[in-house]
Write a protein that binds this ligand. Structure first.
Ligand code: UT7
Length: 316
């Protein structure tokens, strides 16, 4: 199978910032608790004309611009999300219209919670191998603020909205991203009911149990990726972890002795943005010049489902 590489990235972030102090006025919590336990200081929430669709389209447009690729060259579009604006049309179909993507290509949403973007990258690699058009648009986007139970201090402090996008290219001879991924069906640890199952669709989570799962899933993914690709830690230019809790990232950093210049945390600003978290990191790293042509990135995601996954992706 021919591999994909990232050509360009972009993001769409709501203007409204919600601080820990704002949340202190809603529930019994404190900036000290939130920052100390999670690393989060602010998060962005959609407001005043900003919607899932506006931030998603902004991320995708910027990724296309960054890649220098016109919409008519896109061979498939996948939006990883658990909070699309509408179930039908899918977010990807809405993007097809908004961006003027070709009509003879697959556009669909993918639901794998916080691992969604990596599941989507893997799916895109498979699709582009069978497509005459060799560029793909992969988006991770969430509007989690509308699924928050504002009386539950265990979850309402965690989540933010945002969208990140990548334009990828598939070429003969390029190495596969060698994705590893898995899932273990669990209804109670992390849950976001659909509209037909319960009156209100709020996120609920058994945080401590999910934390324990995460600190095992991350090294499992890193080890599997290195084994599958035959790479060593030194071969990796940058480690990108799902931003669910700074302490989960810190544990991985300590375990693998990852130097500060090879990993990144933006959870302080964004909180947990689920499927958007990894592409938001990629887009900021790209903008800051920390990754670019030739960079080899090991990305790891984990979350609801439960799901987990890793891939080794290069910048074209
Ligand atoms: O992205 C998908 C994957 N998600 C994750 O990986 C999230 C993983 N889990 C976590 O990040 C952490 O479990 C949380 C940040 C969600 C919670 O941190 P924790 O250290 O596991 O806290 P806890 O739930 O065990 O609660 C400890 C205490 C409890 O009080 P008592 O029972 O010890 O008196 C909670 O009621 O902290 C209390 N607490 C809070 N206190 C102040 C829970 N939430 C808050 C809060 N402010 N917001």
């Amino acid at each position: 199978m021919n591999g994909i590489k990232i050509r360009g990235t972009g993001r769409g972030v709501p203007a409204r910032t919600v601080t820990n102090q704002d949340l202190e006025r809603l529930v019994d919590t404190s900036d000290e608790w939130i920052a100390g336990r999670t690393g989060i200081r602010t998060r962005h929430h959609c407001a005043a004309g900003e919607t899932f669709t506006t931030i998603t389209a902004e991320a995708a447009r910027r990724a296309l611009e960054d890649a220098g690729i016109s919409p008519d060259r896109i061979g498939a579009c996948i939006v990883a999300t658990v909070t699309p604006e509408t179930m039908v049309p899918s977010a990807a179909c809405t993007l097809q219209r908004e961006l003027g993507l070709p009509e003879d290509i697959p556009c669909f949403d993918l639901s794998a919670a916080c691992t969604g973007f990596l599941f989507a990258l893997h799916t895109m690699e498979c699709l582009l191998n069978a497509s005459p058009r060799k560029f793909g648009l992969v988006v991770g986007a969430e509007n989690l603020s509308r699924c928050i139970d504002w009386t539950d201090r265990g979850t309402c402090i965690l989540f933010g909205d945002g969208a990140g996008a990548a334009v990828v290219e598939c070429r003969e001879g390029w190495p596969s991203i060698s994705a590893v991924m898995g899932c273990h069906g669990s209804g109670e640890l992390l849950r976001l009911p659909g509209p037909e199952t319960e009156n209100h669709s709020f996120i609920s989570m058994e945080g401590t149990r999910v934390f324990k799962f995460a600190v095992e899933a991350v090294p499992w993914c890193v080890d599997q990726m290195l084994k599958k690709t035959g790479r060593t830690m030194e071969d990796i230019d940058f480690f990108v972890f799902h931003q669910a809790n700074a302490r989960i990232i810190d544990l991985a950093v300590r375990k693998y002795h990852i130097p500060p210049e090879k990993y990144y945390k933006n959870i302080a600003e964004y909180g947990n943005t689920s499927a958007a978290s990894i592409p938001l990191v990629l887009s900021e790293l790209r903008e800051q010049g920390k990754i670019g042509p030739g960079s080899r990135i090991l990305a790891v995601g984990f979350g609801g489902g439960l799901t987990w996954g890793g891939c080794l992706v290069e910048f074209a």
